[in-house]
Design a protein around this ligand. Sequence first.
Ligand code: BDP
Length: 701
Amino acid sequence: MFLLLVFVAAAHRGVADDGYRLWLKYDRLADAGQCAQYQRAARFVATTGTDPVLRTAAAELQRGLQGLLGQPVPVQASMGALGGGIVLKLDRTAIDASTPNAAEGYRIYSEKNNLVVASPSAAGVLYGAYAVLRRVQTGGALAGWAVRSAPRIGHRMINHWDNPNGTVERGYAGSSIWKWDELPQRLDPRYTDYARANASIGLNGVVINNVNASARYLTPDYLPKVAALAGVMRPYGIRVYLSVFWAAPKVLGGLPTADPLDPAVQRWWAAKTDEIYRAIPDFGGFLVKANSEGEPGPQDYQRTHADGANMLAKALGAHDGVVMWRAFVYKADGSGDRFKEAYQDFQPLDGKFDPKVLVQVKNGPIDFQAREPFHPLFGAMPRTPLVLEVQLTQEYLGFATHAVYLGPLIKECLEADTYAQGPGSTVAKVVDGSLDRHAQTGIAGVANIGSVRNWTGHPLGQANWYAFGRLAWDHTLDPGALATEWARMSLTTNAAAVRSITALLDQSRSIYVRYTTPLGLHHIMGESIHYGPQPWLAKAGRPDWTAVYYHRGDSLGLGFDRTATGSNALALYRPAVQQQWGSAATCPLDYLLWFHHVGWQQPLRTGRTLWNELCYRYYTGADSVAWLQKQWAAARPALDAEVYADVAARLQIQQQEAYWWRDACVLYFQTLARQPVPGPFAPPTRTLADIKRQVQVYQLK
Ligand code: BDP
């Protein structure tokens, strides 16, 4: 009997879950009563349009509902006399035209016993169709359901850092999903599933290649390949963009220069852009990393970033595309404070960019650290649309072995108050254009996607892709609620299990911060690889690639003084922000060492000295990984065995490496603080020399 039950349970779940289907699993609903209700409300899908995106919406609804409800759901042209179906409809008035991004919005309501999904555009209908599926997957009622939704941000982008040779810069989920040697003839079915996943969470743009760009994509050999990918994305409402190599006119065009003010260079880009649009009529535009980390750019010719960006904007001419110009720059000498450099380069250019240009800014001033204060450019360039760039790939966040849910990190940045126009001038309002009335708006997530079967390596990494898309659509959503949504759609519908997985995800980022970089420490990770601890790193290619540059630890204390007595980077923020962070006594402890050099014996608000607080956080942080493991174990009975085992094993690595981080940092900082590890914590059993040996292994060629 018991065996039979086990068999039935397994059969119900189908074959072992390899994670490939992401949150679009569409397995038959377990709750029979609930299922029966949906079965009555979703007996068919009606659509009359022939638009390919509308077709996608109908097909996706059919596929999803058939799977979830276990009944045939025909797609038909009429509403049927009795109703009980889902009607897809183009309707110019569905969303008030004054709403930002109204065209992509949708309205869902009941009419004549049908559920209507209406939008001014086919893409909006598609987003509405996915909203219906999400509703069914997460157990919401369809009867009487009415909702209006439009994306708050216009360009909702995934940025791939994929190289032509199939590697992925900072990618931890296998090789690139793009198979350049097979394109354009063979279209891997994965491309379609990738497009489905993006569309289902409202993303509408994909930059397919690394910002450290190869000129290859612009060649007549590669453009047909890019066009083939664009052809797969198009029925999902997704436009393809390219990262461009600034010196392409030299490399491909044989010109002696890539000076943006040189007429021959301008002509080359204009012709190249026309050529791209002939192959890809809905091409989205260009993403540019220039004069950063060795990449060429307009400054090579004593021109500004604005000169460069505007030249490309002009090359776009009448084509409906944009230029996303990255602000991730820091000058070659590295002697100042890297925190300030992007601001110094870009802020004076406010108002000088062509209307087709958006400036893309990372969430923080340094580089995707586990916690950063918001980038000071937000709120400082009112006349320029700023794209928020966040990282989904966990470059500094434990790759694909540590569970770090980024919903809270993204939300923390969006909610940060720049005070640019008084209180409430959040980064979200800068980015969604409402603060400075920009029509062009954007947000970009650097992909954590690769060719491994489950897409993201760490099964829980899928939640980062999911939450990013949902927040890009609506930044007011709660990351905890999104974690719940994702877990329910991707892992299990068991309520208790979903609760413990949500708790795990929700806490994971703050736990990671605690055992790696508590109290505002940053950039103390392993050299180049950006994995594991190396707080003693004092020599690297540039001073601002070391760890000591950032933590400034000495016999007196720890932390980077960025107040007026130090680098004064704090002055880049509005007075109200300066006030919050300007005094060590009142600065939130999460940001303390970002802005202050604090004495080891200095008592903090917690009642502990800096040294004791540091130890407290490293020890409790590392111990908290056991709590994450407990949450995962609690969900076990409701989870697929393979997914369970995969995450459990990764959590084991995480546990081990959390102790590695703790011991490395406590032992190293102890050489400066010269204080004992406070009770009740036991000093590490290994020595700093042991740890350094271990870290060296990671640095071996
Ligand atoms: C850093 C990465 C580097 C990227 C760079 C960028 O270490 O690989 O090329 O950012 O964003 O985080 O351009």
